[in-house]
Design a protein around this ligand. Structure first.
Ligand code: ATP
Ligand code: MG
Length: 567
């Protein structure tokens, strides 16, 4: 590509809403342009990067026997009604009617469509397993589209779905997909971590996310200092607590605690560790048709993890509640406890199971119970892990310690089981001729988010630094002074030669100042720029490496073989 002919509208100005490096540089370097909130045009450079990522994904998918196909973007609403997701997805689904008044949804993901496709086409266990995928635009009417390609409304996703006749076979495929996804990210040159993820109400260990490590990531992940354990904070668990603080031993009693409401106040009032206090967090849980106030009890030293809490309550959403709402229910804010109180549903963290010497609210203004033995409620209580892990907690898998880091979710693999096949009555005949719902897995990867993730991990103050696997062009040939015949001649020659060797090369033949062209090259982030300048008179050119920002002097006669070696 000749730069004089290329459509690469670089700019000094970053979009006013851009805060992330990837957003700023991809826009400034002419990779993307916004058409409306969360909607982006991919310009030629971005298109090249996207194709590279897609090629790598296709290669790794082919190796594990997954087949590419393409489903329609416009999907019949009827399928979403059958699966019940028309409500679950809510406003994220963009719906519209055609001229015949039929309702449609722009595909935000394609489980329903894929199940419907396979249904009645694969009818025997003999044709299983099957793994089908596509790379396609998705639409989700995100409440807050932001950060450029990171969270768009329209974005590109690789979405795959597998069909099996046994759980064991799904487990095998799930592992194979994890391995393939790891290979893809390694090939792209990304530093990542596979973490356990929230599986929603379904539960189980069948949900993992692939996180690209970056401070700008929206996800917080807990990772172990010693072993491979990593989990999204929404799903992270911890090992047994090692150091147990000294217990405040006391007879069971009701104790006057005037105006002592918070955990801090309580701990300092009794001069005890918050470990021995019972924290109560009240939330309103929204279900499909109704909502209710649920009380979540955990140790005072812990915080409520809202996603865990939501899963425990089995709701769709969780909201804060006001003191007035609690009082109206007959609850006593600041003094709520798990004993003798049936005004609201309780969920209790398992760390409170059988806990002794506890102090909790007495459900009476200005009173707490002391010396509480939680075994008294163990029979009737509903226990579920609702606490958030803390940095420094012990690892659930080894004797290491947990710490937090930030990640960008670029992939998500999930064991779906029979949720969708049952809802859409998609069945095959097993060895005994009996109809069974397909056992399924789903495997997503954010292709356009990956473009942004590469830059989040690889940039400096001057712009993008593409990895070799993702670079839109590997080599940029820059002629310093296009009026200099010798410089131009060498530029042309090298351009031709590199093209003949199938190197992706761009030739900066613009009549611009050297400094300007150099800034542009840095902003765009080509891995190598061959600078053909004044030094050519002495038989030399320079090779600028973007990642190290170092310039190497190379003999002009040897430049082709030098470039072929380093790339
Ligand atoms: P998030 O938690 O970031 O909203 P998600 O869990 O809703 O994502 P999935 O349904 O698991 O996303 O989709 C699979 C992949 O698609 C994600 O891992 C992510 O890489 C990508 N993705 C999801 N939503 C977006 C978006 N709005 N913009 C760009 N990529 C996205
Ligand atoms: Mg996800």
């Amino acid at each position: 590509m000749r730069r004089t002919k290329a459509f690469i509208p670089t700019s000094k100005e970053a979009p006013s809403d851009a805060s992330l490096a990837s957003h700023i540089f991809l826009a400034r370097a002419g990779f993307i342009s916004q058409s409306a909130a969360g909607l982006y045009n991919y310009l030629p450079l971005a298109k090249r990067v996207i194709k590279k990522i897609e090629n790598i994904v296709n290669e790794e998918m082919t190796k594990v026997g997954a087949q590419e196909l393409e489903l329609s973007f416009v999907t019949p609403a009827e399928l979403w009604e059958k699966s019940g997701r028309i409500e679950k997805f809510g406003k994220e689904l963009l719906r519209f009617r055609d001229r015949k008044e039929n309702l449609f949804v722009l595909g935000p993901t394609h489980e329903e469509m894929m199940v419907d496709l396979v249904r009645n086409r694969i009818t025997s266990y003999k044709n299983l397993p099957l793994n089908l995928y596509q790379i396609k635009t998705k639409f989700r009417d995100e409440a807050r589209p932001r950060f450029g390609l990171m969270r768009g409304r329209e974005f590109i996703m690789k979405d795959g779905y597998s069909f099996h006749s046994s759980e064991e076979d799904l487990d095998r495929e799930f592992e194979a997909m994890e391995v393939a996804y790891k290979k893809i990210l390694t090939r792209l040159g990304l530093d990542y971590r596979v973490v356990e993820a929230d599986s929603g109400a379904i539960g189980g260990s069948g949900s993992k996310e692939l996180m690209v490590i970056a401070d700008s990531g929206e996800d917080t992940i807990a990772i172990c200092s010693k072993c491979e354990y990593g989990a999204n904070i929404e799903a992270a668990v911890r090992g047994e607590r090692k150091e147990i603080p000294e217990a405040p031993e006391a007879e069971f009693n009701k104790f006057a605690t005037p105006d002592v409401k918070s955990i801090e106040e309580l701990a300092s009032f009794f001069k005890i560790d918050p470990f021995y206090t019972v924290k109560c967090v009240a939330k309103r849980v929204i279900y499909e048709e109704e909502s209710e106030i649920v009380l979540f009890f955990l140790r005072g030293c812990d915080n409520l993890q809202e996603v865990k809490a939501l899963n425990a309550a089995g709701g769709l959403e969780i909201e804060d509640v006001s003191q007035e709402e609690l009082t109206a229910l007959g609850l006593v804010p600041g003094f709520m406890g798990p004993l003798d109180q049936d005004k609201a549903k309780h969920v209790i963290d398992p760390t409170l199971k059988g806990a002794k010497n506890m102090i909790c609210g007495a459900n009476e203004q200005d009173y707490h119970f002391v010396g509480v033995d939680m075994s008294v409620i163990s029979e009737v209580a509903y226990f579920s892990d609702i606490s958030e892990v803390n940095a420094g907690d012990s690892c659930p898998k080894c004797d290491g310690e947990l710490s937090f880091t930030k990640g960008i979710e670029v992939g998500h693999i999930f064991k779906l089981g029979t949720t969708y096949s049952k809802a859409l009555k998609a069945e095959y005949l097993d060895e005994n001729g009996k109809a069974q719902p397909f056992i399924m897995g789903t495997y997503g990867m954010g292709i356009s988010r990956l473009v942004a993730s590469v830059i989040e991990q690889h940039h400096d103050e001057n712009g993008c630094i593409w990895t070799k696997a993702t670079a839109p062009y590997m080599v940029n040939i820059m002629v310093s002074n296009i009026k200099d015949e010798a410089q131009m001649a060498l530029g042309e020659k090298l351009y031709r030669e590199l093209q003949d060797k199938n190197v992706e090369v761009i030739f900066d033949d613009r009549k611009e100042r050297f400094g300007f062209k150099m800034k542009d090259a840095e902003l765009i982030g080509f891995p190598y720029t061959v600078i053909i300048g004044k030094e050519l008179a002495n038989g030399n050119v320079q090779v600028y490496e973007r990642v190290s920002t170092e310039k190497t002097v190379v003999n002009a006669d040897e430049i082709l073989s030098y470039m072929m070696d380093i790339i």
